[in-house]
Design a protein around this ligand. Structure first.
Ligand SMILES: Cc1cc2nc3c(=O)[nH]c(=O)nc-3n(C[C@H](O)[C@H](O)[C@H](O)COP(=O)(O)OP(=O)(O)OC[C@H]3O[C@@H](n4cnc5c(N)ncnc54)[C@H](O)[C@@H]3O)c2cc1C
Ligand SMILES: NC(=O)c1ccc[n+]([C@@H]2O[C@H](COP(=O)([O-])OP(=O)(O)OC[C@H]3O[C@@H](n4cnc5c(N)ncnc54)[C@H](O)[C@@H]3O)[C@@H](O)[C@H]2O)c1
Length: 449
């Protein structure tokens, strides 16, 4: 008999926590998990999944415009936001059920309540119940950061964007990263007048400059407005509805909605981490080693709460590696955080793997850049004046590809395959040796000059 109630207690049933718990249970561990909101976490409930469905929904606006050049007559087509919203939310309910079933079918006990540490091996649940575990995994994710300005409480975050009663006629989105650009595309396609307000001077800081510039130019052509180096002074409710917003160096504006998308803060407050000696970093994130172990030997942390790379597939890998390391009888497994492909589901989307041209120049000194700047065939017939851009960055000393960057329809779908080649260390010559699939956009990958 173990001296503990469980071999593993996981706090947070999101991407990282669910994977870690299910796999640990599969390895034979007795596992329980606590979730204070909904099983599935950010990605499933109010992140990647419902966001991508809205991106699909929004894209029909352009398809309906473009299809007319392809002979379709669509008179009378209208958009019903509430129908889309409710269908998306219903699918989220379905997915929550599927995640719950997965845990239950692996005999993971689910506590649908908040949990916190009250001793090195003790977890106390909201209901007051105390349980003990040999190992504890913190997988509590992150939450939207809400900047401090007068009236900030009137703004929404991405959490609320999925539940709006109406699409705002006019919306200001603060931020310039993933969420701001994705939701700007969504709201713009649904007919909102969108302004992105960024504190800094550039969008999507970690992406290649040429690709970022292309998104900015296309977004502006679509009607999205941008303000850079601008900060909020106040947000005041207006008696007739909506809000008056004052930003630095701008006149007061009236909008229906303000959304903050200025980064996410790790959920570490009120967890009792200090009391048991778990070290936190400057941003409140849990400090971990290569194996996701915290400063306390039997306490681990994975996913956004560690603020390494805030992406679902990374949280899942960290959860899997933890489970295999602690309960799978493997040698300790460290997740490789190098060369992680990523995408921004803007309109059009961006996708990237490896170093940007700037990063490669800093690291390698000189680089060889190949490029393809083209108008996709579908856009030509549709009369849509939107050009796509592919960039390949190579190390001139050995021809190895160190980065690929794209902005194009379906760029994330193409990038997943291209990223395998970059991760495997292939060269420009390997791409040149591959016959194109014609006519596709992806063929530009093997035809870059
Ligand atoms: C709008 C949006 C869009 C996104 N789109 C993408 C995308 O397209 N691709 C991508 O890869 N990533 C995307 N992300 C990021 C992705 O969602 C996260 O990186 C991922 O969900 C992190 O997983 P996690 O397990 O660390 O945390 P989470 O999934 O956030 O799970 C943490 C869970 O812990 C629970 N919890 C917190 N504290 C406690 C407590 N004390 N007790 C009990 N439960 C607790 C929370 O309720 C939550 O369910 C997006 C994020 C957002 C916000
Ligand atoms: N497609 C995806 O994979 C995807 C989608 C959404 C979110 N995510 C993850 O979630 C994380 C959080 O997304 P995010 O968009 O909130 O953050 P982000 O880190 O991508 O971008 C934050 C932006 O806000 C700006 N900013 C900061 N403070 C500001 C202020 N007070 N006023 C105006 N602008 C301000 C920053 O300059 C930056 O451009 C991302 O880093 C990403 O890891 C991923």
């Amino acid at each position: 008999m173990s001296e503990y109630d469980y071999d593993l207690f996981t706090i947070g049933a999101g991407s990282g926590g669910v994977r870690a718990s299910r796999v640990s249970a599969g390895h034979g561990a007795k596992v329980a998990i606590a979730e204070e909101f909904r099983v599935g976490g950010t990605c499933v409930i109010r992140g990647c999944v419902p966001k991508k469905m809205l991106v699909y929904g929004a894209h029909f606006a352009e398809d309906l415009e473009d299809c007319q050049k392809f002979g379709w007559e669509i008179e009378g087509a209208t958009f019903n936001w509430k129908k889309l919203r409710d269908n998306v939310l219903a699918d989220v309910d379905r997915l929550e059920g599927a995640y719950t079933n997965t845990l239950e079918s692996h005999d993971v006990e689910i506590f649908k309540e908040r949990a916190r540490l009250t001793g090195p091996h003790e977890v106390t649940l909201e209901s007051g119940r105390k349980v003990t575990a040999k190992h504890i995994l913190i997988a509590t994710g992150a939450r939207p950061r809400m900047p401090e300005c007068q009236g900030a409480e009137h703004a929404i975050s991405s959490n609320e964007a999925f539940h709006l009663d109406e699409i705002p006629k006019k919306i200001i989105i603060a931020g310039g990263g993933y969420i701001a650009n994705e939701f700007a595309g969504i709201f713009n396609e649904f007919g909102s007048q969108v302004t992105i307000v960024n504190r800094g001077d550039r969008l999507l800081r970690s992406y290649d400059e040429a690709v970022r510039d292309r998104l900015l130019q296309i977004s502006m052509t679509k009607g999205i407005a941008f303000k850079f180096n601008t900060i909020f002074e106040y947000i005041k409710p207006c008696d007739d509805g909506g809000y008056f917003v004052k930003m630095s160096d701008c006149d007061e504006e009236h909008v229906d909605c303000v959304m903050f998308a200025v980064g996410r803060i790790p959920n570490t407050e009120g967890l009792g981490l200090d009391d048991v000696g778990v070290e936190l970093g400057e941003g409140g994130e849990i400090v971990v080693d290569r194996f996701s172990k915290t400063s306390v030997d039997h306490i681990y942390a994975v996913g956004d709460v560690t603020d390494r790379v805030q992406l679902t597939p990374v949280a899942i890998r960290e959860g899997q590696a933890f489970a295999d390391t602690v309960f799978g009888g493997h040698e300790p497994i460290a997740v490789d955080h190098g060369c992680i492909p990523s995408a921004v589901f803007s309109h059009p989307p961006i996708a990237s793997v490896g170093m940007t041209e700037g990063e490669a120049k800093n690291q390698l000194g000189s680089v060889k850049v190949y490029q393809s700047d083209f108008r996709p065939m579908k856009n030509v017939l549709a009369g849509r004046n939107e050009r796509s851009l592919f960039k390949m960055i190579c190390d001139p000393s050995n021809d190895k590809i160190v980065g690929i960057h794209m902005i194009a329809p379906e760029a994330p779908e193409m990038m997943q395959a291209a990223a395998i080649a970059v991760k495997a260390g292939l060269t420009k010559a390997d791409f040149d040796a591959t016959v194109a699939i014609h006519p596709t956009m992806a063929e530009e990958l093997v035809l870059m000059k």
